[in-house]
Design a protein around this ligand. Structure first.
Ligand SMILES: [Zn+2]
Ligand SMILES: [Zn+2]
Ligand SMILES: [Zn+2]
Ligand SMILES: [Zn+2]
Length: 458
């Protein structure tokens, strides 16, 4: 689903160039990763959120170029770190304290990471520890003049979210790879896109696409069309591929096309579509939400802009009621072996009840352990999960911020956090820097500006 150039992946969406992954959502070119969200060129990762070029990262968040890190956050170029936060180029640290290699190995053995109960406790302790340290107001790297969150290698990209290699663009999101240039109101997925406006699921060398969905692979000069891969010069078409100058799937001469399109636009403005809520859609609007074939609450929109059932229906979207799947489980989660060493292949035949049941996280009620998952967990020495894949995904979502931005002032004042050094731009009192951040004002994190953050982590 929503994936391109992927190989041997299972339940993986929003991915490109991924290999041998399972339960991975939003990935670029990772291998053998499981249960992760927003990963980029990672290998053998498990339970991560927003990790880049990491090898054997486990349950870690916002880490780059790290190896063998567990329950770590905001670390760069670290290896063999456990429960660490905001470290740069460190090895053999536990809760930010240094250890010798031998001590580190011994400590980790004592922690007994193969036990579910130990891992639960360690996860809880790590998350509490993380909160004591400042966070940077946005996630990003190698940018110039950008605003938003999760922005990488971009220039003049404003109010963007989860984009890479994006230039001179605004209101773009979910652009897995670039280059993307001169785009506006564009979501999913990049890979060489220019002049896209109100476009969804378009990418792979696309040019000048407006108000369209699912047009990719060299598509250009397209308006109000869907599923037109590699098409050019079309208006209001469905599944047209190589025939140019089509309107409503009928081909015209170039001259006719150029006369007809302005007439159509005029007509769209004179007799616009009016939806059930009385909203008017003239030329220049994307397709009305009420025509979407996807229920709001099972689409990614719900993960990014959560709405209640009432709000969804009021806004004119479809809501899908939770279906009673009625899976008969053969094993309760508390009956699972606590330790991975006590698990054998027999587990593959069990239907395990999800420990959540009754949450609103698209819980499937019961789940199976798949073969590659068991092999993977055995290899990494990690316990079996107690939640179904959907619930696991929702737990991870808590560690990525939503695409909503709040103007805030840097919280650095030498009191909210015991700074390690004096910050040259404010030697006393509160830092005057302001920014837009996805950390809402009521969040518990200590939010720092770039300058203050870098002064503390360097
Ligand atoms: Zn569940
Ligand atoms: Zn749940
Ligand atoms: Zn500051
Ligand atoms: Zn400061």
């Amino acid at each position: 689903m929503n994936a391109s150039y992927i190989k041997n992946c299972y339940f993986t969406r929003g991915a490109a160039h991924a290999e041998d992954c399972a339960y991975v959502i939003w990935d670029e070119a990772s291998k053998q990763c499981m249960d992760s969200h927003m990963t980029d060129h990672c290998e053998l990762g498990y339970g991560n959120v927003n990790t880049i070029r990491c090898y054997k990262a486990i349950s870690s968040v916002n880490c780059e170029d790290c190896q063998d890190v567990i329950f770590s956050k905001d670390c760069v170029s670290c290896s063999n770190c456990f429960g660490c936060v905001g470290l740069r180029g460190k090895s053999y640290h536990i809760f930010n304290a240094p250890y010798s290699k031998e001590e580190y190995v011994r400590k980790l053995e004592e922690m007994d990471l193969g036990s579910w109960r130990s891992m639960e406790d360690l996860e809880h302790r790590s998350h509490e520890f993380w909160l004591k340290f400042p966070v940077k107001f946005m996630q990003g790297l190698q940018n110039a003049g950008v605003s938003g969150d999760y922005i990488y290698n971009s220039k003049n990209a404003k109010t963007c979210y989860r984009v890479r290699e994006t230039e001179d663009s605004k209101y773009c999101m979910n652009l897995l790879n670039g280059p993307v240039k001169d785009c506006y109101d564009y979501a999913n997925w990049g890979g060489g896109s220019e002049l896209l406006y109100e476009a969804l699921v378009c990418g792979d060398n696309t040019y000048n696409i407006k108000f369209s969905w699912n047009c990719y692979g060299g598509a250009k000069n397209i308006q109000y069309s869907i599923y037109c891969h590699g098409a050019a010069d079309i208006f209001g078409c469905v599944s047209v591929k190589k025939t140019p100058y089509c309107i409503l799937n009928k081909q015209y001469s170039k001259e006719e096309y150029e006369v007809l399109v302005p007439k159509l636009i005029e007509h769209m403005n004179a007799m616009p579509y009016v939806d059930k809520k009385g909203r008017i859609y003239k030329y220049g609007e994307f397709f009305p939400g009420e025509l979407s074939p996807f229920p709001y609450n099972i689409s990614e929109a719900h993960e990014l802009f959560p709405k209640t059932k009432d709000e969804t229906l009021k806004d004119g979207y479809i809501w899908k009621n939770e279906e009673e799947r009625g899976y008969a489980s053969t094993l309760a989660p508390e009956e699972l072996p606590d330790h991975i060493k006590d698990v054998d292949e027999g587990i593959l035949r069990e239907v395990i009840a999800c420990a959540h049941k009754g949450c609103d996280e698209e819980c499937t009620g019961a789940f199976r352990i798949i073969k590659r998952e068991l092999e993977f967990l055995k290899r990494l020495g990690l316990p079996l999960p107690r939640l179904c894949p959907n619930c696991r995904h929702y737990q991870r979502l808590q560690w990525r911020n939503l695409p909503r931005f709040y103007p805030r002032q840097c919280m650095c004042d030498y009191q909210v956090h015991n700074n390690t050094i004096k910050h040259s731009h404010h030697e006393n009192g509160r830092c005057p820097n302001e920014f837009e951040t996805s950390y809402a004002p009521d969040r518990p994190e200590i939010v720092y500006c770039e300058q203050c953050y870098q002064a503390e982590v360097a």
